[in-house]
Design a protein around this ligand. Sequence first.
Ligand code: SF4
Length: 356
Amino acid sequence: MEALVVPRLPFRKAGDRLKRFIPQRAVFEPAALEYPLGKELHAHFRELGIEIQKTPSHNRVTGIPGKTPKEKYVQAKQSLVIGVRRTLKFSSCKPSAHFQLPLATSCPGFCEYCYLQTTLGPKPVLRVYVNIEEVLEQAQKYIDERAPEITIFEGAATSDPIPVEYLTGSLRKSIEFFAGTELGRFRFVTKFGDVDSLLDIDHKGHTEIRYSLNTQTVIGQYEKGTAPLAERIEAARKTSLAKYPLGFLIAPIIAYDNWKEEYSQVIEDLASSLADDSKPSFELITHRFTKKAKNNIEQVFPDSTLPMDEEERQYKYGQFGYGKWVYPKETMAEIRDFFEEKLAQTFPQSEIKYLV
Ligand code: SF4
């Protein structure tokens, strides 16, 4: 079968150190052009000679090419919609936060197991919003309603917000906003390393930056279009020096040949890179899949080698009626023992928030 051709992320301009996402087409909602950021992005993409389209109305995107599921998927991930966030009712985000903070939707990465494949449908176009100020005003209302309790917002529930940050500055504005609130807290997770624009912010410890890590074997095979491990660890190092609260998601943990040696190496490299006083938290998620996710993956990545043989798994019923295929009990116990021991040795001050 024909292999998925993942587009290379081109350099934004000569001299840029990191590869940055540049869409193949920029699609503007008419109302977005009434905002300063919308106008700025329009001028920016025109200058770069990128195809510009306009949506006929809010939230209607047509004109994304592609016939097969794979083509539609790839083309959608190279299309950036610049829109206005109209729905200012935030979704809940249990258990990691109280609310999702809507900063962006979708992501230019091609992780084969990405959960957004199930939630965003066959054409996961990227979206950014030009009215972040209105989104943050709404966040303040949620904070006020819950006072005197702390309210936590998650900025990566529907996207990886880092690849589009250089275009919107939305994370920066959010981190500054939460630094100024007494009772608001912010967190997000990323598989990218382009965090330099966030390092000088006086964040007041109100934002936790988490990095999603894996072995380079898993990243190379299943996380195309994202940053290599070394770049994520370097970004984490800078984040620790900037004194942000720091966390790591090791996910999905895949028990392939040699997994223990390679995950050990990841943890050791991390320990030797971070600032001496950092006490990161860890969230550990073993690989699992639902029937629906497996079907989607087989359509979009027909050559995928992701281990999704039900015979080698155990079925676990979920609370909403649909279950998932997880590793059998013995493998889960081996994974648990390995990570608990390794992290206790390397990061004795750190907390494992959960391992599922
Ligand atoms: S980086 Fe995250 S959001 Fe982007 S494709 Fe990978 S898993 Fe999905």
